[in-house]
Each structure stands twice: as structure tokens, then as C-alpha cells.
Design a protein around this ligand. Sequence first.
Ligand code: UT7
Length: 318
Amino acid sequence: MIYSRIAGTGSYLPQKVVTNFDLEKIVDTSDEWIRSRTGIERRHVAADGETTVDLAEHAARRALEAAGLAPGDVDFIAFGTTTPDLVFPNCGVLLQQRRGCRGGPAVSVETACAGFMYALSIADKYVRCGESKRALVIGAETLSRITDWSDRATAVLFADGAGAVVLEPSATPGVLSTHLHADGQYKDMLYCAVGVSKGFTGKLAITMTGSEVFKVAVTKLGETVDEALAANGLDRSALDWLVPHQANIRIIQATARKLDIPMERVIVTVQEHGNTSAASVPLALDVAVRDGRIRRGELLLLEAFGGGFTWGSALVRY
Ligand code: UT7
């Protein structure tokens, strides 16, 4: 049996920081409201001309360095993003060209905030079946480009960033299992109304019914976490860390409560960067690996939930 294991992690946030106080000057909101309802204190926004692949390139370089690998070692790229640089080539291919790891397959997965979970699941299967020896998995976004900065319901939430992991084969886990879901009946609760083959006007904006999204997110995340544990015959007490999607501190707390995991065992970075969609789980993972909280051998549960709805979890022995 071959498993995939995480050989290295990396992340990157653009330099420009927008605080809640900065947003107070743009929309009718307050630092107090944003902190208490979302946990967010600041977010990072890409500079003019800085793209999703630019952010991903930094995260990928750091993940490869952490794994002790060179770009040429990578033979598969799975890239989760909803804000690609171009319609095509896909972001995986653009990153491959930048990092000089040509030749292997490179795919982009467009499943909103669950983009990294989908990319991880796909890459895990390539490694498990022996088709990839070194897979680069990315979650990266420039959501600021599809945020309506005059809409307080979304402008205070979304932001930019990138995270990456390198997967390699291992005789022992590694990734124990991944669990993905989608339910298109909820498509109208969180979406971007404009696409290439529909209604293209040059203006993009996220539309969200926040409180309804909140309720479904808490339910589905709780279910998928239980699903991951049940699939592996494990009890909640076996988990060392929950690495959740960083959308809202109240969703994170509600999921932790359902799981009966103390907040000290939950990685929370949402205050630093807001909701970076596909980037948020690998960003949080990398922060906690680098600050020494997450150690080799510990059991992690990663989970994310996004527009569609799409959601998923992964149980990982780090
Ligand atoms: O990552 C993808 C998945 N997305 C999510 O997980 C987001 C899920 N949803 C949420 O995180 C929360 O629902 C929000 C943070 C978006 C909103 O929090 P809420 O506690 O659900 O607030 P609400 O939408 O029920 O609105 C409460 C009040 C309303 O005013 P009234 O009607 O009570 O007078 C809103 O108009 O808060 C008002 N409000 C704001 N006030 C100040 C909404 N946005 C803002 C704002 N600043 N930015």
C-alpha cells in the first residue's frame, strides 16, 4: 500500500495590509462589528498587477524548500483557485512554467473555498496510484479582484493569499483519507454571477446570503469531520489538531464545539488574513507547522466549505 505524505508546506501573503479601520472609511461598518462577528482584524490585498500565480509562486517555493526538493522534482500540480490569472492556460500550467517543472500534468480546480481540499484529494490519488512521485498542491486566490468594495456584507470578509504543500509517496500515512462533497441546490447563496460564457460585462462581484451560508457551513463541516473519523475507525479524541477553513471565527468555534475539541487544539489565523478561500487551509497549516505547534506524527483534520456549495475534509498524519 502506498500513501501520500506531506513533505513540506509553504505560504505567502501579499504585502499590502487593509485593517478594519481602513474599511471603516470605505463602507458603513466598524472594527467592533467585524471583530465580533467574524474574528477578522486585517487582511492582505494583492498589489496592482500582482496575480494569483505570483502569490502561489512564493508559497510553492517555500513548500519545496521545506521538503528539500527542487522545482524539477515536481511531476504533478493540482491548483485550487476561483480567481485564475487567465481563462487558459490554467494556473497549474502557469506555475509550472514559472518554476521550471515542465512535462507532468497540471490541473486547476475551481471549487471556491474548497479548492485546496479538492486539489489535495486529487493529488493524493495520483501519488497513491504511483503516477506521481512529487505532487505540488496549491490553494491561491486574489479574491480582492472579485470583491465589490462598496458591499459591506462581503468586502470585510474576503482577501488574498496562497498556500502550498508537497506530497510524496510513503509506506505509512500520510493522508489517511479525503472526503469531498458538492450540492448545487445551494448555488444561489454564494456565487459570482459573471463568467466567460455568461453575462460577461467586465465587472465581477461575489454575492452572498451570509447567515444562510453560515448555517449550512456549520452543519456540513460537522458532518464531514465525523465522516473522516468514521472512515478511519477513529474517535474525536484521537485528533491532535483541527485545521479549519478560515472564514469566520464563529463557524470555527461552532465546528470545534460539535467535535468537542478545545480551541487550544484548533489552528486559527482568520484574524490575520480574512477569508482567502482556497488558500486558507494551507495557509493555516503552514503557519502552525512553522511556529512549531504542529509536529511530525500528529493527527490533523483539515476541512473547508465554499460556494456551490462544495466542501471536504482530509485526515492527515503529518
Ligand atoms: O468561505 C465560504 C463560506 N462563507 C462563509 O462561511 C461566510 C458565512 N457567513 C458569515 O460568516 C456571516 O453570516 C457574516 C459574517 C457574513 C455575517 O454575520 P451574521 O452574524 O450572519 O450577520 P447578518 O448577515 O445576520 O447581519 C446582521 C446585521 C444586519 O443588520 P440588521 O438587519 O440586523 O440591522 C446586517 O445588515 O449586521 C449587518 N451587517 C453589518 N454591519 C456592519 C452586515 N454586514 C455588516 C458589516 N458591518 N460589514
